[in-house]
Design a protein around this ligand. Sequence first.
Ligand SMILES: [Zn+2]
Length: 288
Amino acid sequence: MRTYLTVVFLGIVSLVFSQKPTIPFYFEELTSPQMAEAIQLSGKTCIIPLGILEKHGPHLPVGTDLLESRELTRRAVSTEYAVVFPQYYFGQIFEAKHQPGVIAYSNQLVWNILQETCDELARNGFEKIILVNGHGGNNSFLPYFCQSQLASKKNYAVYLFTPDENDEYNQKIKSMRKSKGPDQHAGETETATMLTHRPDLVHLDAANSQSGEDQNRLKLDFAYTGIWWYAKFPNHYSGDGKVAAKELGEYIYSFNTDQLVKMIRSVKADAQTLLLQKEFYDRAIAPK
Ligand SMILES: [Zn+2]
């Protein structure tokens, strides 16, 4: 009896402590008075899931990267609360301007809108801004953006989610994949992740209507040039989406969600970044 009562008691205690926040995590769903509670619950942390509008082979929607980064974020904040910024599709996508459905804003606009979004979040009380990127074309831009936050004094910190695709992950993906060769854009893995949460937007029957093979039209040694991607994948399609299966997508989502939850927890607990930034900005005014 005693054991039974202890179990019941512990059950109630864990229920009370595991209760999920009752206010929304989506920024646009919060009322203005709820904002203060959201800022407190999130440890002043807001996540911007970044996507883009670009072709995704012949079979996936142009908003794929935005849908994916928002789904990953939704899964993570369902476990560890943080506020989620609305639909954000401004980024670097010049390499796909020859394809229908691409919105390629200028560098200046892309930079300014991200900086001003961060500034505005900080003005509202968020001190920690997490960028969750869903778009490969941002892979050079976002670390540069983060680094550039040191250029002038800020009262907030920007953190970029950088998942660690370790050996175990790579082995598992290799064993689950049915296609061989490159799989960098709208291929088997990306089609699989879309199949897990938006199968209604995946047109598998169209996946082989264009080639996703590497066209290899440029031979250079030890050189980088902007046209490299177009030289390889002029259809803005890399891989084979046709063979995708939901199980692969579920594995990718669970692996990344686990790391994003850990990242959010570490950012919420982090006091050091803002302290170090302040020390740095103060010293940078008059170096000695
Ligand atoms: Zn994509």
